[in-house]
Design a protein around this ligand. Sequence first.
Ligand code: ADP
Length: 825
Amino acid sequence: MAEADIDDLIEIIEKEGNIENIPKTLPMMPVRDVVVFTDMLLPLFVGRNKSIRAVESCVEYDRYVFLSAQKDSDVETPGVDDVYGVGTIGRVQKMIKLPDGRIKALIQGIAKAKIIEFVQKRSFYKVSVEVLFDVEPDEIDIKIEALMRNVKENSEKLLALKGEFAGDVGELLSHIDAPGKLADLVASNLNLKVADAQALLEITDTVARLVQVNDLLARELDLSTVQAKIQTDVKDEISKNQRDYYLREQVKAIHRELGESDDKLAELAEYKKKIKKCKMPKACEKEALKQVKRLEQMHFDSSEASIIRTYLDCIVELPWNKSTKDSLDIKKAKTVLDQNHFGLNKPKERILEYLSVRKLNPKKKGQIICFVGPPGVGKTSLGQAIAKSMKRKFYRVSLGGIRDEAEIRGHRRTYIGALPGRILQGLRQCGTANPVFMLDEIDKLGSDFRGDPSSALLEALDPEQNVEFSDHYLNMPFDLSNVLFVLTANQADTIPSPLLDRMELIYISGYTRQEKIEIAKQHLFPRKIKDNGLVRRSIHVSPKAMASIVSEYTLEAGLRGLERKLDTICRKIARQIAEGKKGRFNITRQNLAKYLGPPQFINELDQEESQVGLATGLAWTEAGGEHLYIETSIFPGKGEMQLTGQIGEVMQESARAALTYLKANQDDFGIEKEAFETHDVHIHVPAGAIPKDGPSAGIAMVTALVSAFTKIKVSNRVGMTGEISLRGRVLPIGGLKEKALGALRAGIKEVIIPEKNRKDLYDIPKAVKSKLKFTCVKDVKEVLEIALEKAAVEPPEGKAVTKVSGGRKTDTKRSVRSNRKKAKQ
Ligand code: ADP
């Protein structure tokens, strides 16, 4: 329609084609993609030779030509069956030959006709046709009127939707009052598919044709409405994008004007992206984005901006949503524990129980495990083994000496150089939200005016509270409930009690020499060999050498010193190999000194001989059990007592109680009445620089005092531990296992312990019991019976004593042996 002039059209429609004059045989031209309706004015480019000839020959037929639609437009040379049998007789109005040989023709549809026969097929088609007349209704009734109006209105709507000028066409349509003509005009403008248009053409009943056109029109209208909507949406979207783009460019330009570069914008965008990626809780995300916005408004090089940047860096690196998958295979866990640790059956068992419960009920908010024991006994490495067996990451933080609450809970961001607390720092480094988190030396936690770190720690550890642990720096809650906290301590007494309440203590008290030898052979030495790049086959340490390393080069409850000695040996061998020495390295007791120097601890008692006024006590220290000498001297004086050797109040009280007991029972020990008034007493505990305290040296003090007053020697092979009451009863003490191990290390052969500690003997390893004789006593007199040697004592210059009941004979054989050993070294 576009090419047709509206006025022409009106004229054409009004002009009646003179049907009678049309020849019965006409040249036929197949047309592609279009069905020509009567009264339609169609510009055609004729390019195919056959068609050109047909058009050219139309001059002979009073410019009439028969136009038939091609069924398949792809067919280049259509045969008889490739065109529809019903078509339109057209009249060529204008014809121009183009320079390329094609013909441009303007053809007007005159009448519908049906092919009767193909008269000529060569050169071009010629067909004999029969005109088909439309069947018009008898009258235009109201129904037809309504139908026509509907078609007209819809056509206008459609044109309006397509953005074409509805006014003129409306005018054109209003002139038409025959249903057939209306149907043809609308159909020719509907862009119908060839098959649909052909079907319309073949309907001769004009009302039926109009009904069909109405249907097609309605469909087309629907389609166009949807299409128009889609187009508007797309347009909106595009214009919104354009608007945003434009605004963003403007913002960029403003920033550029302010001297801020694109880098800033890139950084801000990066932060936003990272925050989204973290998948933190919504409230936290909101807060983080708020900070990004604040950063946006700041000068980028200002100090405040750098604080916010550090903060944002911290937030986005926290493992909000990253966890490792737990492996809870108990058998495997056992293998991992056994592979890395010798002995330690109880702790291992407890760990496996813990893992089993976690496996059956992962949600159980359990107790927090705390390993208690001297340094170097494997607390950390047990924690590592737990992490390894659960396939979790391991992280360790030492709390020793922490006094400031902010170390746990973080500093507020207003402080310069503020940081999150150690727990969140650890998680940030780990990169997962469920590591095995070891808090070392919980017993060394202090507190002062800067707050109490233990209460902050309580919040972090307590399964009831730690889902929303609040760190001052972060200023938003962080879920710690998936972290597996494992604590370690050297002693349980100093652990803050609210924390202690939530813990399950697992004691690891230290190793016997034999255990140490085994651990060295099975674990430490192979590890050191590997660490130093050596080959196991080329080094051999004889059993005697190993025993000597354990007992003559180290004196400790744990294994750190031993580990260092083994490392020294490996290092020295490594140097020799690096210098070109070949062959096997045999380490024996004889050549051990070459590697480690002379032995540092003589495997004998420090005190070669039993002495008067010197008793061996046993002390518990954080580093394990230790022996402790109590020296006593008496000399003429006024009955005063002096205490030296950095001894604490409790120990001083023990000393006083011991003296009082002695004074009260001097007859029993054969000490003369005036002895106390005419002599001063001095009690000294050597290694004076080390503070010592505790009540358990009570019986050792009485023994030393009695020995000093009676001049009877105290056996150097006997160690003792026990508190004393004024009535001479021996009261129970703690840490027996550690003390026993310490006594063994010190070469003591017999240990006197309070009767009430008999139950603790159950925990003492067999290896220790076979080497140490334990005697349980209730009364000090029993102690003296065992500890004092029965020997003639020279009367003191003063008037001290001679009579002593009990006492033992000196073991002369043992003394001789020990002296011989000393001589050798
Ligand atoms: P702690 O944490 O108690 O101070 P560590 O765990 O650091 O002690 O242990 C010190 C060293 O001793 C580590 O190399 C550890 O592997 C080793 N170790 C401790 N106990 C054992 C054991 N029972 N079997 C094997 N090696 C052990």
